[in-house]
Design a protein around this ligand. Structure first.
Ligand SMILES: Cc1ncc(COP(=O)(O)O)c(C=O)c1O
Length: 403
């Protein structure tokens, strides 16, 4: 292992070694040794157009030549156009955008907006969720990444399980008039792709309405077509009060996040001060990258394409489960987001990682959660998708000693 002068994230440093990345083409990553890896996970779920998309690269280059730096409260074309585009994608009634540099910051700022508007301090979110690594967003997070850093932000309550009655009862018991906002991923993504019960979001919306609590849809992972619609909450027949986005907003080509805010919330700040801001608020490069990315999703019909490819993805994964039921079971997902439950002893997981390395496929494998999560680029050609799934199947076969 070669020691580096920078930290690797979420890892003890001594046991971690990155891989030399020199370029990319579509969904393929090109490594320092010339090898090509097929990315079936869209990096950290942001690379919905893969690498090197010419339109996005061109837009970034053009913006850099025209206007590369701007103070937070400057008006410029890309910022105006992006806000208008985002609001046109949101449900009717959304009227303002607050820009950030990523997903955690989008949630942080949604928390601040909720506190300022409601005058309340508490938040509710669920276990098996991830909302970001900053202390506020981490306080919302309901997985193993929070406890080592507690106490993070006080006043965040977590609910467990798939039954909306638990959420309703928890709100009642906590004193519903004290809860500023409920934060929820439409599909808790990185924690295992858990599709909500049909009545979860409608009952959560009703409970929020009953108590004057705001509902925030964290669309950082699900937003912009991952689930086959622009936003994941669109499957639930419910309109939230705020929507947080990042990742696929720019396809990962530049760091940018945003909070989309409904008029019933935004109007508070017509006369009250919005105590929130960032040096690189609405950075021109991020805005240009987002505009080109959103335009590409639209022009290439990538949201509906993800919906059309959902059966193929799930059927192929189900075939793998049928062939290796002792290690792979239960496929679930929506659009081009799918999880397979994987069970095996630590030897199996080691063999699986080695086999995936052998076939040069990247996806989100977690022994801790017992899942393999696939989230291919929304524009991945069908033959490449089939090839990636076949390679994943062959890695499962090898790891279960049937290869
Ligand atoms: C649902 C969700 N919210 C928030 C975040 C945090 O986003 P970022 O890493 O851009 O801060 C993530 C990142 O994985 C996420 O999946």
């Amino acid at each position: 292992m070669t020691p580096r002068d920078y930290f690797y994230t979420w890892s003890s440093q001594a046991g971690t070694q990155g891989a030399e990345l020199v370029g990319g083409e579509g969904a393929e990553l090109i490594m320092g040794d010339g090898s090509r890896w097929l990315d079936m996970g869209s990096l950290s779920y942001q690379a919905s157009l893969g690498q090197n998309h010419p339109e996005v690269v061109k837009a970034i280059q053009a913006q850099a030549g025209k206007l590369c730096l701007a103070p937070p409260n400057a008006d410029f074309q890309a910022k105006r156009e992006l806000a208008a585009t985002l609001l046109s994608l949101a449900p009717e009634g959304f009227s303002k955008v607050f820009f950030t540099l990523g997903g955690a910051e989008a949630n942080e700022n949604a928390m601040k907006i909720a506190r300022l508007v409601t005058g309340r301090l508490k938040f509710l979110s669920r276990y098996r969720s991830y909302h970001g690594a900053t202390l506020g967003a981490l306080a919302l997070t309901g997985d193993y990444r929070r406890p080592p850093l507690e106490p993070a932000l006080g006043g965040v309550i977590h609910v467990l399980g798939e039954d909306p009655a638990i959420l309703e009862a928890t709100m009642e018991l906590e004193g519903p008039e004290s809860i500023a906002a409920v934060f929820m991923e439409p599909i808790p993504g990185a924690n295992g792709v858990h599709i909500p019960r049909k009545d979860y979001w409608p009952r959560m919306r009703a409970a929020c309405d009953a108590h004057g609590t705001l509902l925030v849809a964290d669309e950082v992972l699900t937003g912009f077509g991952r689930t086959g619609r622009c936003f994941g909450f669109e499957h639930e027949g419910v309109v939230p009060d705020m929507i947080t986005v990042a990742k696929a907003l720019t396809g990962g080509f530049a760091p940018l996040g945003a909070v989309l805010v409904h008029e019933r919330v935004a109007k508070h700040f017509e006369t009250e001060v919005l105590y929130a801001g960032l040096t690189n608020y609405a950075h021109p490069i991020g805005c240009a990258a987002a505009l080109a990315t959103l335009d590409t999703y639209e022009r290439e019909g990538l949201y509906s394409r993800a919906a059309c490819l959902e059966p193929t993805l799930q059927e192929e994964l189900s075939k793998i489960c049928q062939a290796y039921p002792e290690v792979a079971s239960g496929v679930r997902g929506r659009g081009l987001l799918a999880a397979v439950d994987i069970a095996g002893d630590s030897g199996f997981w080691e063999r699986l990682l080695a086999a995936l390395k052998e076939v040069r496929v990247l996806l989100h494998i977690s022994e801790r959660r017992g899942t393999a999560i696939l989230a291919p680029a929304l524009n991945m050609p069908e033959e490449q998708l089939a090839d990636g799934l076949e390679r994943f199947g062959s890695a499962i076969a090898t790891a279960s000693n049937k290869g």
